[in-house]
Design a protein around this ligand. Structure first.
Ligand SMILES: [Cu+2]
Length: 233
């Protein structure tokens, strides 16, 4: 009851989500016969077979995404945790292999084998190729320069400190630009930067990258700054 979305496995079968009866129905495209049905938990909306909308679906797994699932997990907020199920569809019968909480039912979700991405991902940015005009490619290149009421800080981040880590002479009303270069050249060592009173978003700097955050000195005082990727700086 309540068919919503259909995906294909590339082997002549279609899988349709049924919102009202909370199930997925597998049927044959050639003779429209129902081959199998499995319950979802519950009120399924979209479903995804990795590669489903392509000419060659991967056809091994299927994920059911549910909506307005109210009582399966701890009620932690105004919006309750949603629920999803992973099925093995390699055989004649669909088999539930994982039942897990998730955040909302995606419209629309696609999945693909990790092997298609693993050797193509960027792990770091080479520091010697950093062409950012405010990059500091070593702690010796860090500096603070004033241009009128703008203060530019060439800053570096490396486990576990920021350089410079003490900046004096900023005046009330100054615009301070922190240009932070992450000196790390190792995978998965990002750094962040935040300063007390900043009203723009934090930055997250990948290894070898430079990013800038602007902060206006709108009151007199001492303002702590720190790495938001918790390397202890
Ligand atoms: Cu850090």
């Amino acid at each position: 009851l309540g068919p919503l979305h259909t995906e294909f496995d590339g082997k002549g079968n279609a899988y349709t989500s049924m919102f009202v009866s909370s199930e997925i129905v597998k049927w044959s495209i050639s003779d429209l016969k129902v081959l199998d049905r499995v319950p979802t938990y519950y009120s399924i909306g979209h479903l995804s077979i990795p590669g489903g909308p392509t000419a060659k679906p991967h056809g091994k797994y299927m994920i059911g995404y549910n909506k307005i699932t109210k009582d399966r997990y701890l009620p932690t907020g105004p919006e309750l945790t949603q629920s999803a199920q992973l099925y093995d569809i390699s055989g004649d019968k669909m088999q539930l292999i994982l039942d897990f909480p998730t955040t909302g039912e995606p419209h629309y979700a696609e999945a693909l084998p990790a092997s298609m991405l693993m050797d193509k991902q960027t792990k770091i940015f080479k520091i010697e190729e950093n062409a950012h005009p405010y990059a500091a490619k070593g702690e010796s290149q860090t500096k603070v320069e004033r241009k009128g009421n703008q203060v530019h800080v060439w800053m570096t981040a490396i486990r576990s400190h920021l350089t410079p880590d003490n900046i004096e002479g900023v005046k009330l009303g100054d615009e301070v630009y922190f240009h932070v270069t992450n000196l790390e050249q190792d995978w998965d060592v990002p750094h962040g930067f935040a300063i007390k009173g900043a009203n723009n978003a934090e930055i997250l700097i990948m290894p070898g990258e430079t990013q800038t955050i602007k902060w206006v000195a709108d009151r007199v005082g001492i303002f702590p700054f720190y790495c938001t990727d918790f390397c202890s700086a």
